[in-house]
Design a binder for this molecule. Sequence first.
Ligand code: ZN
Ligand code: ZN
Length: 411
Amino acid sequence: MTQAGPNNQCRRCKEQEAVHTIRSDPICNDCFCRFTTTKTVKRLEVLNRETRGSRADRLSADGSNNSLRKFYAGLSFGPSSSALVDICDQIIVGRLSRGRDAAFSLHVVHIDTDLERSDSQSPVEQRLERWRARYPRFTFERVPLTDVLSLDTIDWAVLLPALSGLTGSTPPTLPAQLQALLDNLPSATSRRDMLDLLVRRLLISRAATATETPPYDALLLGCSTTALAERTLTETAKGRGFSLPWQINDGAVEDGTGRQIPLYYPLRELFRNELVLYLSAVARPPLIEGDFVLLPASSMASGAVVSHRDLSIEEVMARYFAEVEANYPSIVANVVRTTAKLERHDHDHEHNHAHDDGERAATGCRVCGMPLDEAGNERWKGEIGHLDGPEGTPMQRIERLCYGCERSIYG
Ligand SMILES: [Zn+2]
Ligand SMILES: [Zn+2]
């Protein structure tokens, strides 16, 4: 049904002029702002509901500051995680203006993957200074990716075959060695895959083991519907379909030592193009000004492809979804909704007991940390073909990897 009234009238408030088309509705800027914050608030309410038990003991009788929740949030400087920080700030400003409490605070962490410039004078540190000045209510921290090397939940010995030219069986301890490890992986897809999962494991570990009192209530990641749909298809293509319920759905994740932290995607019902629009249309001043946000070339539909060989599966998928999102948004949303119906068949009940390290370590992939699905892994190998371990790699090491990691590391 077409809207009566003057041309260009906002379909929601029916007062202001419509300046955007969102989900095929012409709407004004204020209504667009409300649309994005409401979508996010609803997800945060789900988080509150599902994790309420874990915080009951810290609620003070008068419901004062102790009831404020503390979230650990990842910031890549991409459009979605950047929008998450601003939307959270908007939500808090709105609550305070209505005389309510702030409800939550954020500790925002950027994992710095620049292995060459990792000192405190790095461009990343300067960029974070601007974020700190802009959002004084939140705290910001730069964590160098090299910190991942201290995680003994990752089997560095398995990754060592990728470290050609480096001697010894000790874990790499220098940025150069981590860089060499990534450089020596067999393809662009492998490098991107390993980088993504090292960042994810580091964030989960930091959030779960932070010596905060009380501990963080959850880890928030700013993935949009579009990003989650992309990951669904890329992880399936890479042979980690089994891990999708842990990677795409909200809920507790494990850090590899038995500690759990709830991981939520509060922007899961917003499309990437809506978040990009948010950065320029709602955030004040716009977040795309002043070098706050890095818009990656691969998020642009029209980016010219020089050579497909140099593109990772993730980049190919991002280009594909940029087009699908623009023309058939319901397909993108359906991919994520379908994944949300997958259940986690895991060892949660076992993990809740303290196990000997050796025993528990055998249950998950020693690189990505996802539960191993013995039957599923065998199926993947059967369909795609068995891999022979590289020279000198003990087979029992490879068998502690999921199929996806095995492919990423050994090609
Ligand atoms: Zn309106
Ligand atoms: Zn794995």
